[in-house]
Design a protein around this ligand. Structure first.
Ligand SMILES: NC(=O)c1ccc[n+]([C@@H]2O[C@H](COP(=O)([O-])OP(=O)(O)OC[C@H]3O[C@@H](n4cnc5c(N)ncnc54)[C@H](OP(=O)(O)O)[C@@H]3O)[C@@H](O)[C@H]2O)c1
Length: 495
């Protein structure tokens, strides 16, 4: 039986801890979800002491908590916060860490180490933890949360996973993709597998195509130096978009346990058809917003993509020949993440359509953010007409059904799951590598003469014209389903 729970945050003075982690842990404490006897020990180079750390974190809580901040609750919580100044590259500092943990813990304790550091420190930190036996499980659970990114390509992801596996068992490693902590992403599983009416039509017989959009309004801002070496394909597709594809496309798992769900997701990743160098120009679009190269920290003639669209296929019985269109970019018209499932049109057009009108397909829109919910677009008869039809929208919004404050931050769910050892929403080593296996050849092909040109687009638009032609050449359009748009098919001329 463990005496207490220790949470060690490597990179505790950084942006992630200020904006996401500490507020999430504070809210879990308010909700009495973390064990009563706990300590949070921050580790970073800054020359702070416990008092200064508490003061800094209080300011962060005031600024970033999405719930009503209460000073009394903060005071109680802050008594559990400690800090030590140390360097990830100095082995002596880890000896100090070990002593500090022993002082803080009342007997055998569970420990969660959170790697909120730059990725180049992930392995050195874990190796030090291993060297000092801090992750041995003889006296309690030892879990390590690894932030994104897991590598920058297949080789580096594999090297990181290999290095981690030399110190930790796979069940001790929690690779985070904060998208999976969002309620509306988790609801994808509930929607698909807790309802009987969707699964029978969730396949190539009824679905025409699937679209996934992850759009950001912001540009690169203070991340320019990092982003210019990365681009949208690594930053968004390799993790978030591919995760969403696997949740939409996976088979029903045997049960709701981590391994069952992760097994099914991996099967999807294994079935994604690679995009070959000969297909690269027709299956992908890459763009850069105008003005990107003038951003401080970006190379003068940078070829880094800030927008990408691609078409992928999943070669299995359920999805053969159903295109999945993915797009993501910066400086787009709106911030939104959404999935649109466009169904096939009825086989027979029974009702008269005005001239030049085409039959409208049913669309299921799943809004991940900002307006979490589900829209179903279907046809209805216009009153007082013989048989005129019009598309209408049936909506579910989280905020209406469950209240505005019921949606926790993704990091809250993920921190709690990691503390409890539930790996369902975390990425396994193999999944991260399979995803890179799909992305790497695209990045490689983009460098070749066969690759599509780097197109440009206006900030505040929906991306380059080529991304619209990409779909319109097949008689399809990008679909918006979130917020005020309520399942609207964007006319390409008004994009
Ligand atoms: N920020 C986000 O919203 C966000 C979102 C998703 C994922 N992430 C991931 O989270 C990780 C951290 O990101 P971040 O934005 O928080 O970075 P950050 O603001 O640059 O913070 C880095 C932290 O690491 C510490 N650090 C740097 N070098 C160190 C060293 N040699 N020894 C000890 N401490 C050292 C810094 O401490 P000092 O400044 O005191 O030296 C600081 O606390 C990254 O892997 C990132 O990809 C971040």
């Amino acid at each position: 039986m463990s005496g207490s729970t220790s949470i060690v945050i490597f990179g505790a003075s950084g942006d992630l801890n200020h904006r996401k982690l500490l507020p999430a842990l504070f809210n879990l404490y308010r909700k009495k979800r973390i064990p009563e006897n706990f300590q949070i020990l921050g580790f970073a180079t800054r020359d702070w002491d416990d008092h200064k750390f508490r003061t800094e974190m209080e300011a962060a809580a005031v600024q970033f908590c999405t719930f009503d901040y209460s000073y009394d609750e903060w005071l109680d919580f802050s008594e559990h916060l400690y800090y030590m100044s140390g360097n990830f590259t100095n082995p002596d500092d880890f000896e100090v860490l070990a002593d500090r943990l022993q002082q803080l813990e009342s007997g055998p304790s569970d420990r969660m180490f959170y790697l909120a550091s730059a990725p180049r420190f992930f392995l050195p930190i874990v190796q030090e933890l291993g060297r000092l036996g801090l992750v041995d499980e003889a006296e309690g659970k030892r879990r390590v949360v690894v932030e994104k990114p897991i590598g920058t390509d297949l080789a580096s992801a594999h090297a990181l996973n290999e290095g981690l596996s030399q110190v930790l068992k796979e069940e001790q490693i929690f690779r985070i993709d904060h998208y999976l902590g969002k309620e509306s992403v988790q609801n994808l599983l509930v929607f698909r597998f807790a309802n009987a009416i969707f699964e029978p039509i969730w396949n190539r017989n009824y679905i025409d195509h699937v679209q996934i959009t992850v759009a950001e309004e912001v540009g690169v801002a203070h991340r320019a130096g990092y982003y210019d070496n990365v681009g949208v394909l690594r930053d968004m597709f390799q993790n978030h978009l591919i995760q969403l594809v696997s949740l939409v496309a996976m088979e029903p798992p045997a049960n709701f346990e981590a391994d069952s769900i992760r097994d099914e997701k991996v099967k999807v990743l294994r079935s994604i058809r690679p995009i070959t160098i000969d297909e690269i120009a027709t299956e992908t679009v890459r763009g850069q917003y105008r003005g990107y190269c003038e951003s401080p920290g970006v190379a003068e003639r940078s070829q880094t993509e800030t927008f990408a669209a691609l078409r992928l296929y999943i070669d299995n019985w359920r999805w053969q020949d159903v295109p999945f269109y993915l797009r993501s970019g910066k400086k787009l018209a709106e911030k939104c993440t959404e999935i649109a499932i466009q169904f096939k049109c009825p086989p027979v057009q029974m009702f008269p359509l005005p001239q030049d009108f085409e039959m409208t397909a049913n669309i299921l829109g799943m809004c991940i953010q900002p307006d979490e919910g589900i829209h179903l677009k279907f046809e209805a008869k216009v009153p007082d007409t013989a048989a005129e039809t019009r598309s209408v929208d049936m909506e579910f919004h989280y905020r209406d059904s469950f209240g505005e404050t019921s949606i926790p931050e993704a990091y809250e769910r993920l921190c709690l799951d990691a503390l409890q050892g539930d790996a369902t929403l975390f990425t396994r080593a193999g999944a991260a590598e399979l995803s890179w296996k799909f992305i790497d050849p695209i990045l490689e092909a983009w460098k070749s003469p066969n690759g599509p040109p780097l197109t440009s687009y206006e900030p505040g638009s929906w991306g380059p014209d080529e991304a619209h032609e990409f779909l319109s050449s097949e008689g399809r359009w990008w679909i918006r389903t979130c917020g005020d748009h309520a399942v609207q098919v964007i006319d390409p001329l008004k994009k």
